[in-house]
Write a protein that binds this ligand. Structure first.
Ligand code: GLN
Length: 556
């Protein structure tokens, strides 16, 4: 019998429901249970792929090509599991299925109603996820906050499931306790109101996770217990932490895992968070700084970068740095500055390595190309991810091959030298404005060329799916793009000194480019997103190689 843990949010969004869900999953895994996690996004969007990252944060991509919320990425990193379509649902998806079923007469002439048919479909999806992932416990994070119209039907699903199987369902309210500056005291009232909203939806929370800048004290714990109708021990303090990876250990220390299991009628089978403790030790002892810059584009107001947009990139840098005993120091670069003032490029000298991550559209692109030229000419370690790889090719075409005006057709449709151009199957999709879920998405094979930087990075690494073809290493990496390296220029690039270090065998698509070590210590671009499969306990080999090269620059 599957057990269900619903995680819902109170007071406001952004209080860390995703981290709570992922961390609780880690704790329960440590107690010997098979766990999986799901995210419910209450948007009508069918997937996260059509949402602007400024509004929604990073679009995470799974092996099976789903474009999801970034929380799926957190679950993968914390649970050490690859998730997929079954782990993610949106309002759009749920309605799509119900309507399609109605069109097929599957409701056998009955009137199809919002309740119960929508919550029933939600529950069906939760059960399908548990079955596919062979999970004994499924954690379900409901996006948004209680009291908003959008997630009512998902709460209704939780209520119905709890009504039917009271011993198998736990509901956890993650709520925020503000400390207003002029009072200097932690206030419980907003959480009381959030709880009442949940109760009005027919759900009594089993646990309240009290998020806040500070630790919850005894008087406030009593207050929350009394007014929210939960036992004092079931109010869980979750103060801000320096690293989210501390949360599983903190939860375990508070006995959260055991209490949740008890409510579900289960007993811990083991206690083992040693791998996780090892990670925290590594983080604590990594003091030798490595300075990495990321050239982003998604700034909110002024200079504040929405770091959520680059969440997996940031995490991948951290994982690799910690594994190498380094303390990562990250800086955001706004490449638009280089378009006005070329002397500003000299700031790049201060970094041990620079990453240009994925992106779309023209803003900041010229600045990025200038930055890449500077990094190439000054032998500063460079890792280009997707767009960062494509623009490295544009830079090489312009400045090494002297193809003046070379570009990606995403920006300049009429360029004389379209070194990056749409994949053949993308042309029709772009013409038809069929944008949703139509990019090259998910895991695809890449055959790695021997004796390259990539080949030595990937050798002997556990995280990447790997196999061999005629002795060559074949890896699988996740993609999200419409444009690709234009093979019409391949010979010219190779003759000019660019190494094609990885190719997708079936369609002969260029996946990895690099410069030989004799020319540059580390200049690598990949058409895929290695950051998506980096995990704290299994850092991504390319990021590790990049951090090593960056570390060598520090010490040289
Ligand atoms: N805009 C580029 C493309 O569509 C790169 C995409 C990306 O960086 N994810 O191919």
């Amino acid at each position: 019998m599957t057990k269900y843990i619903f995680v819902v949010g109170g007071v406001m969004s952004g209080v860390g429901k995703g981290t709570v869900t992922a961390s609780l999953g880690t704790v329960l895994q440590g107690k010997g249970f098979r766990v999986t996690a799901m995210k419910i996004d209450p948007y009508v969007n069918v997937d996260a792929g059509t949402m602007n990252p400024i509004e929604h944060g990073e679009v995470f991509v799974t092996d099976d090509g789903d474009e999801t919320d970034q929380d799926i990425g957190s679950y993968e990193r914390f649970l050490g599991q690859s998730l997929g379509k079954v782990n993610y649902m949106t309002t759009g998806r749920v309605y799509q299925t119900v309507i399609a079923r109605e069109r097929n007469l599957e409701y056998e002439g009955r009137c199809v109603e919002v309740v119960p048919h929508i919550p029933e479909e939600v529950i069906r999806r939760i059960d399908a996820c548990a079955a596919t992932r062979d999970a004994e416990i499924v954690l379900i994070e409901v996006g948004g906050t209680v009291g908003e119209y959008q997630n009512v039907l998902f709460l209704e699903a939780a209520r119905l499931l709890k009504l039917e199987r009271p011993k198998d369902v736990v509901v956890m309210l993650v709520s925020y306790l503000p400390v207003p500056g002029h009072i200097g005291e932690m206030k419980t009232k907003p959480t009381q109101h959030a709880t009442h909203l949940l109760q009005a939806a027919g759900i009594q929370p089993d646990f309240i996770v009290a998020r806040g800048e500070r630790e919850l004290d005894a008087p406030r714990r009593r207050k929350l217990s009394m007014f929210c109708n939960v036992g004092p021990d079931d109010v869980i303090a979750a103060p801000d932490v320096a690293s989210t990876y501390e949360v599983p250990i903190n939860f375990d220390r508070e006995g959260v895992g055991d209490r949740v299991l008890r409510k579900l009628g289960l007993r811990p089978r083991q206690r083992d968070l040693s791998a996780w403790k090892g990670l925290l030790d590594r983080i604590a002892t990594a003091t030798d700084e490595v300075h990495i810059a990321v050239a982003g584009k998604y700034f909110s107001t002024g200079n504040f970068v929405l770091s959520d947009v680059y969440l997996s990139v940031i995490e991948a840098i951290r994982h690799a740095a910690w594994a190498e005993g380094k303390k990562p120091v990250l800086t955001w670069l706004n490449t638009e500055v280089y378009e006005q003032d070329a002397t500003a490029l000299a700031e790049l000298d201060a970094f041990d390595g620079v990453i240009i991550p994925g992106g779309f559209g023209s803003r900041g692109v010229d600045g990025k190309i200038r930055a890449i030229q500077y990094l190439r000419e000054h032998r500063i370690p460079y890792l280009g991810l997707c767009y960062g790889m494509q623009l490295a090719c544009v830079e090489f075409a312009r400045n090494v091959l002297q193809l003046r005006g070379a570009h990606t057709t995403e920006i300049d449709a009429d360029t004389k030298y379209p070194v990056i151009a749409p994949m053949t199957d993308q042309i029709a999709k772009l013409k038809a404005a069929a944008f949703g879920g139509t990019m090259r998405l998910g895991a695809y094979a890449c055959r790695v060329q021997r004796k390259t930087i990539a080949a030595s990075a990937y050798a002997g690494t556990p995280v990447v799916q790997r196999s061999y073809a005629n002795g060559d290493l074949v890896i699988a990496e996740r993609h999200r793009h419409r444009y690709e390296f234009n093979n019409a220029f391949r010979k010219q690039f190779v003759a000019g000194g660019l190494v094609i270090a990885g190719v997708h065998p079936e369609r002969d698509l260029v996946e990895i480019i690099e410069l030989p070590k004799t020319v540059h210590p580390f200049f690598v671009g990949v058409q895929y997103h290695p950051e998506l499969i980096s995990r704290p306990l299994q850092p991504h080999p390319l990021f590790v190689a990049f951090i090593r090269a960056a570390g060598a620059r520090t010490t040289s």
